[in-house]
Each structure stands twice: as structure tokens, then as C-alpha cells.
Design a protein around this ligand. Sequence first.
Ligand SMILES: [Zn+2]
Length: 286
Amino acid sequence: MKKQKNNAIYFVLIFLILIFLFASIFLIKQPEILYKVQNVFLNIQNEYQIKELDNANLISYQLENTNWQVDQSLILINNEHPLPESFSPSLAEYKDSTVFMNKALLADYATLTEAVTEHTGEKMYVASVYRSLEEQAQLHTNNPDIAQPAGHSEHHTGLALDVYVQNFGGINFIDSKAGQFVDKHCAEFGFIIRYPENKEEITGISYEPWHIRYVGLPHSMIMAKNYWVLEEYINFLEPNKIYKANDFFISRQDPSQPILLPENIAETRYSYDNTGYIIITAKINN
Ligand SMILES: [Zn+2]
């Protein structure tokens, strides 16, 4: 009798282990679901949750009469949205390195690399940041399968960086400690993995763990939380609606029209998104 009971317990245990194994394999193959499961366990449910604001008291602003800061952080560049001809990247040299990056990310990139070294002991380097149209055309001619045609690469903006650590470049970057850290934490510093796994249908580009793109906070965290790529995020932001996430207001509006925003805003900034709109980000001033 006792032996039968033991057998039953073993059977249930093996059954549970099998279920656990299958669930793990399923989750690993579905990064989107894995992300949601992690969010539940890490209990960061309310952090950077984006919600539409209703019943807001809105004020009309004329863009040209504001002193809001302009940057290029949310510009969308892909096959359908090439670099606008009038676009000129705001570049600056990164720490006397002769590497030029978009001004928008200078400070946050410094913080990210310091955090990588602090947490992993590895030093992260930049293989490529800004590329001119001529350089991209040359790359595309040499390697049409890997490099985008001129005008369609995020590297023209200075907002995208190809990073590596010693012995771990390209696709192998994800196998390094630094690559794992960047994958899990870059959103906290304003960066996104621009071409994640399982999003090739939307981005048009297969997984590139080394290509990080600056979008700034709170946008990077909202995208990471929802496992959205930039295309999905911009698509989510319905024009003229006001959204709230943490202590930020976010709104996507037509720059040729008066801009409607709540009264209690501070540190307001905006970026053209290359779909005909600007995305405005403001701190909620309580
Ligand atoms: Zn790249």
C-alpha cells in the first residue's frame, strides 16, 4: 500500500517536472510572453505603464512660441520611412574619442557604459555610430544582405550604436555578460534593442543584439515593458491623445496645428517622428 502511494508521488513529481520543462522551453521561444511573466514576478507592474488620459484640462500652445527643447530621439527610420532629405543629425564628439554621436544620447550612453563595466567587469566599445549617406551606400554595395541601402539606416541619425566587448562582437555580443546586461537593462538608460528576436516582420531586420538605439526615457521603458519595437510604439500613440506614464505626459501631434497639452507641464521636449507628427514628452508638474 505504502509503495503504491510512493509511486503515485513520483509520478506526480515527474509529471510536474515535465510540465515545468515544457513551459520553460515554450517561454524561452516566446520572448514576448517571457517578458510579461518576468514583469509579473518582478512586480514592476505599475512602473511605466502607459495610460490614456481622459478629462484633461488642455491648453493650446503654438509650437513656434514655446521654448521647448527639440531633439531627434524619436525619429523612425526604416524601409517605409527613409531619412528625410532635410534631416541633419545633431552630432557631437563623445568624450574626446573622435566618435561622433547624436547629442541626445551623449550623457545617457556614458551612464550605460559605466553601468556595464560596474556590473559585468567588461568594457563596452562602439564599432559604429554615425554613418554618412556615402558610407552607407558603400557598405550596402559591399554587403547588400546585411547593410541597409543609403537613407534607410538608423546610423545616419547618430542615434544607433553598434556595440561590442572584447571577443564578443556581432551576434556573439549576446553571449557576453555585457551583452546580457545590455539586453536586460539598456531601457533603464533610454536605449532599446532596435531589432529584437521575433519582430523581423515589423522591423524588416533580423535579430541584432549589438545594435542599440536611443529613444530616451520614459519611451525606452514603455517599449521594453510591452515588448514593442519603435514601429509598434509610434503606432500605439494615437494622434492628439494625451498619455501618462510614471510622472510623464506623452502626446503625438501634428506640428502644423496648435498643440494641446495639460497646463501642469515642465521640462517639455519634442522630437519629429518621421511619420508627419511630433512626439511631445513633458514632466508632470504637480
Ligand atoms: Zn547597427
